[in-house]
Ligand binder design. Structure first.
Ligand code: CAA
Length: 255
């Protein structure tokens, strides 16, 4: 695949975009490749965690040169939400490791992941209104849920590009790495997740997502209670608790 690299080691898939000449701007072919890679990752049961990491720049947004003359119908066909939703829907934990620019569709790609880690030099934002459009791949919905509506409005309406520390302060990223330590930190988090109890992680991810969709918090807590109790049907629950009592590390089977 010319635009997408996937390396798999110890249950961790690291997926990177390789289009440095355009700061990893996203065109249709690239997103089609990304889509196919996500399909392959979702079918590979050996993969426990996905890290999205691209060298130098995460992605400087959708390819403006491709979009300039598009009609409404062409814009709909070009849009990336289907693929980004697939990333959000992956049952395994996902981490975006952001260095350089994560703008527009690039930031939306990072927001489709469960967690985000940023290098100190990262620059994040939604410049779309400056181009006469708006975020169109989940940005309005996902940013507002993470930062609250006022900060999301500020980012989207003013188009301000913010640094990693500011993004951390407003909840857009989980943590800022040391300079030069982004991938190492992301792999450290991924390593912990890869050693975790797969069914518990999958159920916890799904429960957080389900809970966010529930307007009634008591209903969300009911769903949580059912999902929590169901984990007592798993061998991993017995293994995790026995390992604690026997003062050893658990060896999870994902069952
Ligand atoms: N689309 C197409 N090409 C892009 C691009 C993009 N989003 N971002 C960068 N490039 C290209 C530049 O055109 C340039 O190519 P050439 O050498 O052929 O001219 C190359 O990448 C290097 O970029 P710059 O020379 O501009 O680099 P810089 O360091 O001076 O500036 C930047 C970096 C501030 C990120 C600037 O490139 C920029 O503003 N890029 C556009 C960012 C943007 O507006 N993104 C949102 C796109 S819309 C979107 O994503 C819609 C959506 O919701 C899906």
């Amino acid at each position: 695949m010319p635009y997408i690299d996937v390396a798999i080691e110890n249950g961790i898939a690291v997926l990177g975009i390789d289009r440095p000449q355009a700061l990893n701007a996203l065109n249709r072919d690239l997103v089609d490749e990304l889509d196919a890679s996500i399909d392959a990752i979702s079918k590979d049961e050996s993969i426990r965690v996905l890290v999205l990491y691209s060298k130098q720049n995460f992605a400087a947004g959708a390819d403006i040169k491709n979009m300039v003359d598009m009609s409404e119908a062409e814009a709909k066909a070009f849009a990336f939400s289907e693929t980004f939703n697939k990333i959000e829907d992956l049952p395994i934990p996902t981490i975006a490791a952001v260095e350089g620019y994560a703008l527009g569709g690039g930031l939306e790609l990072a927001l489709a992941c469960d967690m985000r880690i940023a290098a100190p030099d990262a620059k994040l934002g939604f410049p779309e209104t400056g181009l006469g459009i708006m975020p169109g791949a989940g940005g309005t919905a996902r940013a507002a849920r993470l930062t609250g509506p006022a900060k999301a409005m500020e980012l989207i309406l003013l188009g301000t590009i913010i640094g990693a520390e500011e993004a951390h302060k407003i909840g857009l990223v989980n943590q800022v790495s040391e300079s030069g330590g982004l991938l190492e930190l992301a792999l450290k988090w991924a390593g912990r997740l890869a050693k975790g109890a797969p069914v518990a992680l999958r159920t916890a991810k799904q429960t957080v997502r389900q809970g966010l969709l529930e307007a009634d918090v008591k209903r969300a807590i009911e769903i949580e209670g059912d999902n929590w109790a169901a984990l007592f049907n798993t061998e991993d629950q017995k293994e995790g608790m026995k390992a604690f009592i026997e003062k050893r590390k658990p060896a999870y089977q994902g069952k």
